[in-house]
Design a protein around this ligand. Structure first.
Ligand SMILES: Cc1ncc(COP(=O)(O)O)c(C=O)c1O
Length: 378
C-alpha cells in the first residue's frame, strides 16, 4: 500500500465486536479469562491493549519496521531502547541532540556504568576515525536545534562494522520524509507528541524495530518497566497519523516560506534550515529524505533580541514542543536545551540569541505578518 493509505489503514480493522470503523479506546485494566490460561490473548492492560497494539502496527508500517512498541513519552521510548545497553558498554551520541536525551544519558544512565560520548557526526569519515569502539550509536538528523545533517547509511555501516546498533530519533522528519530503517538503521525512535500525533494534545513515544531480538526485548521491557502509552493517547496518535500525509507537505511548504523570509531579514544573523542549498549537509539530506521539514532555528545575536521577538509574536505561540498543527516558537538555551551546561551550549553553538520555530499549517502570509511585526521590536 502507499504511504497515505498506510497512514489511514495500517494496523486497523473494523472492530470485531461491533464493526466500528475506528479502533475503540479499550479503557480497561484487565480482561476476563474463561479459565486458567484460557484467554483471547489479552491478560492485563500494561502487557497488552488493543488500542495501543493498533497504533504500534500502524507506526511499524509507516517506518517500514517489523514491529513497534509505544511508551508513555518520547523519553520513555528512549529509556526503553537504552535498557538494551548494560553496565560497561559504550554509547556514542551525535552532538546537539534534544536536551532531554542528553539529560537522560548524562544525568541518569551514566550513573549505571554506561559510558556516553558525544561526537560531531555530520562528517561520517571523521566520526569513524574518532569514535573508537562502541555498542550503540544514537543520532538525530537533522539535529535539534542546529539542523546538522548526519549520513544515516554511512553511520549504519560504521556502527555495524563494530557490531553496534544504530538508533535514529526521527521525530523531526517523521516517516513521511525520512525512513531510517530502509537506510540501514536498526531502531527508530519518535516522540509521538510531535508530528505523528500532530495536534499538541498527547505525550507519547515509540520505538520501531526491524530485528525480532530487539522486538522481544522492547515488548518485555514495556511489561517489565511499565511506562506504556495509555489507550486514550494511543487513540489520539492513531487519529493523528491518519492525516500525517496531508499535514507534512503543508508544514514543509510553510517552512520554506518562513525560512526564506527569515533569511532575508537584516536582524536575523543566521538561519539553520536543511532546505537551503548552502546548508551544510543539504546534499546528504536530499539523498536520504524526501523533504526538509518545518523546523528552523535562527540567530538574533543576543538573548535580549530573542526575548523581544518571543514577546512580540501573537500568532506563533511561545512554547516548548514542535510538530503540532499550530506554529510554536521557542528559546533552546533556556527551554529544550536547558539540560546542557552553558559551556556545552557554547561549544555546540546554541547561543542565547538562537530561536527555534516549528512551522505549523496556518496561512503562511499570517505567519509572515506576525514575524514581521515581532521583528520590528527587535
Ligand atoms: C527530537 C526529540 N526527541 C525526543 C523528545 C522527547 O519526547 P517527549 O517530550 O515526548 O518525551 C523530544 C521532545 O521535545 C524531541 O524533540
Amino acid at each position: 500500500m502507499g504511504f497515505a493509505t498506510d497512514c489511514i489503514h495500517a494496523g486497523q480493522e473494523p472492530d470485531p465486536s461491533t464493526g466500528a470503523i475506528i479502533t475503540p479506546i479499550y479503557q480497561t485494566s484487565t480482561y476476563v479469562q474463561e479459565g486458567i490460561g484460557q484467554h483471547k490473548g489479552y491478560e492485563y492492560a500494561r502487557t497488552q491493549n488493543p488500542t495501543r497494539r493498533a497504533l504500534e502496527k500502524n507506526l511499524a508500517a509507516l517506518e517500514g519496521g517489523a514491529d513497534a512498541y509505544c511508551y508513555a513519552s518520547g523519553m520513555a521510548a528512549t529509556n526503553a531502547v537504552l535498557s538494551m545497553i548494560k553496565s560497561g558498554q559504550r554509547v556514542v551520541v551525535s552532538d546537539n541532540v534534544y536536551g532531554g536525551t542528553h539529560r537522560l544519558f548524562t544525568k541518569v544512565l551514566a550513573g549505571y556504568g554506561v559510558t556516553f560520548t558525544f561526537l560531531e557526526a555530520s562528517d561520517a569519515a571523521a566520526f569513524d576515525r574518532a569514535a573508537g569502539e562502541f555498542d550503540m550509536l544514537w543520532i538525530e538528523t537533522p539535529t535539534n536545534p542546529l539542523m546538522k545533517v548526519c549520513d544515516i547509511a554511512a553511520l549504519a555501516g560504521i556502527a555495524h562494522r563494530r557490531g553496534a546498533v544504530l538508533v535514529v530519533d526521527n521525530t523531526f522528519m517523521s516517516p513521511f520524509f525520512q525512513r531510517p530503517l530502509a537506510l540501514g538503521a536498526d531502531i527508530v525512535v519518535h516522540s509521538t507528541t510531535k508530528f505523528l500525533n500532530g495536534h499538541s494534545d498527547s505525550v507519547g513515544g515509540v520505538a520501531v524495530v526491524k530485528d525480532a531480538r530487539h522486538a522481544q526485548w522492547l515488548q518485555f521491557y514495556q511489561n517489565a518497566a511499565g511506562a506504556i502509552l495509555s489507550p486514550f493517547d494511543s487513540w489520539l496518535v492513531l487519529r493523528g497519523t491518519k492525516t500525517l500525509a496531508l499535514r507534512m507537505p503543508r508544514h514543509e511548504a510553510n517552512g520554506r516560506v518562513v525560512a526564506e523570509f527569515l533569511r532575508a531579514q537584516a536582524k536575523v544573523r543566521k538561519v539553520h534550515w536543511p532546505g537551503f542549498p548552502d546548508h551544510p549537509g543539504h546534499d546528504v539530506h536530499k539523498g536520504q529524505a524526501t523533504g526538509f521539514g518545518a523546523l528552523i532555528s535562527f540567530d538574533l545575536g543576543s538573548r535580549d533580541a530573542a526575548q523581544r521577538l518571543l514577546q512580540g509574536v501573537r500568532l506563533c505561540s511561545l512554547g516548548e514542543s514542535l510538530g503540532g498543527i499550530e506554529t510554536l516558537i521557542s528559546h533552546p538555551a533556556t527551554m529544550t536545551h536547558a539540560g546542557y551546561t552553558q559551556a556545552e551550549r557554547d561549544a555546540l553553538g546554541i547561543g542565547d540569541g538562537l530561536v527555534r520555530i516549528s512551522v505549523g499549517c496556518e496561512d503562511a502570509e499570517d505567519l509572515l505578518d506576525d514575524l514581521r511585526t515581532a521583528l520590528r521590536a527587535v
